[in-house]
Design a protein around this ligand. Structure first.
Ligand code: NAP
Length: 296
C-alpha cells in the first residue's frame, strides 16, 4: 500500500512541495497555521486538517516546512501538535532550516514518542520547489533515507546523504553561509563598479565571460538591474540563517570573519524595512552608503 503523507507548513516553499507529492499520486494530508493559505488545497479536495496532531494521525511519513527553530518546536510540542497524534513508526521529516541543536532536540522527541526522524533541509528556492528540482540534504539512518527517497524524489532533483542526524542541518547552514557571502560580495562589486562609472550590463557581461560565471550571479544581477526585489529567498530568512551560522560558529570554535560582516549587512537591510524583499535587496544598503544606484 502506498504511504500516506502529511505536510505541515504551506508557505513559499511548502505549498509547491506538497503539490509535487500530490501530483505524484500520493494521498496528502496538510495543515497550515493560517487557514487561508490552505484554501487552494481545500478547492482541490485535499484533506486540510485543523491541527498538526490530526495530520500526524493520518500519516505514514510527515514533512515539516516552517520558518525557524521556534516554529518547528511549536508545531511539534503545542497542544494538538505532531507529538500528540504521532503513530508508532511514523517518519517525521524536518525540511525547515533550523539549528543543529533544534534538529537533535526534535529527533529525540520524535523517537521518544515512538516515531522515526529524518533531517532533510533543502537547497534551492521558490522556482526549484515548484519544478520539483530542489537539492535535498539528508541526515540520519541510511535505510530510513532509502525508504523515504521515492517521496523525496517528487520534490528534489538530487538527494545528498550528509551523514548522521544533524549533518544535513550543518550542510544546509554551510551552503547558506556561502550564499549570503556571494550575495553580499556581488552587491559590493556592482556598487563599486557603478560608482566608478561602469555599466551594469558590461559588468554582467564581464562576470559571465570568465570563470566566475554562475547562474546565481546572472539571476541576481538581472534582478538588481531591473529593481525587482520580489521575494524568492527573503532578507529576513537569510538573516535568520546567518544568525544560526554565527551561533554554530560560536558553539564550535569556528571563526567567521566574513559571515560576521555579511550578517550585519542583512541585519541592516532588515532594519531598513527590506525583510520581506528578496535577499538581493541587501544591495540597497550599500547603494545608500555609497550614494549610487546600480539599477538601469
Ligand atoms: N524561501 C526559500 O527560498 C527557501 C529556500 C530553502 C529553504 N528555506 C527554508 O524553508 C523554510 C520555509 O521557508 P518559506 O520560504 O516557505 O517560508 P514562508 O513562506 O515564510 O512560510 C513559513 C511557513 O511556516 C509556518 N509557520 C511559521 N511559524 C509557525 C508557527 N509558530 N506555527 C506553525 N506554523 C508556523 C507559516 O505559517 P503561516 O502561513 O501561518 O505564517 C508558513 O506555513 C525556512 O526554514 C526557510 O529558511 C526557504
Amino acid at each position: 500500500m502506498e504511504k500516506k503523507i502529511g505536510f505541515i507548513g504551506l508557505g513559499t516553499m511548502g505549498a509547491p512541495m506538497a503539490r509535487n507529492i500530490m501530483d505524484a499520486g500520493y494521498e496528502v494530508h496538510v495543515y497550515n497555521r493560517t487557514p487561508e493559505k490552505a484554501k487552494p488545497f481545500v478547492e482541490d479536495d485535499v484533506p486540510v486538517h485543523d491541527s498538526p496532531a490530526e495530520v500526524a494521525i493520518h500519516s505514514d511519513v510527515m514533512f515539516i516546512m516552517v520558518t525557524e527553530p521556534e516554529a518547528l518546536n511549536e508545531v511539534l510540542t503545542r497542544e494538538n501538535g505532531v507529538l500528540q497524534g504521532l503513530q508508532e513508526e511514523t517518519v517525521v521529516t524536518n525540511m525547515s532550516t533550523v539549528s543543529h541543536e533544534a534538529t537533535m532536540d526534535v529527533a529525540e522527541s520524535v523517537e521518544s514518542a515512538g516515531g522515526r526522524f529524518l533531517d532533510a533541509p533543502v537547497s534551492g528556492t521558490k522556482k526549484p520547489a515548484e519544478d520539483g528540482a530542489l537539492v535535498i540534504l539528508t541526515g540520519g539512518d541510511e535505510s530510513l533515507v532509502e525508504e523515504v527517497t521515492p517521496v523525496l524524489q517528487t520534490m528534489g532533483k538530487e538527494i545528498i546523504y550528509c551523514g548522521e542526524t544533524g549533518q544535513a542541518t550543518n550542510m544546509k547552514l554551510m551552503i547558506n553561509l556561502l550564499l549570503g557571502s556571494m550575495m553580499e560580495g556581488l552587491s559590493e562589486a556592482l556598487v563599486f563598479g557603478k560608482k566608478l562609472g561602469l555599466s551594469p550590463e558590461k559588468m554582467l557581461q564581464t562576470i559571465e565571460a570568465g570563470g566566475l560565471h554562475a547562474p546565481f550571479f546572472s539571476a541576481k544581477t538581472n534582478a538588481i538591474r531591473s529593481g525587482n526585489f520580489s521575494k524568492n529567498f527573503p532578507v529576513n530568512l537569510m538573516l535568520k540563517d546567518l544568525n544560526l551560522v554565527m551561533d554554530s560558529g560560536g558553539n564550535n570554535g569556528i571563526t567567521l570573519p566574513q559571515t560576521t560582516v555579511t550578517r550585519e549587512m542583512f541585519n541592516a537591510a532588515n532594519i531598513a524595512g527590506s525583510g520581506d524583499e528578496d535577499m538581493a535587496a541587501v544591495i540597497q544598503v550599500l547603494e545608500g552608503l555609497t550614494d549610487t544606484e546600480v539599477r538601469g
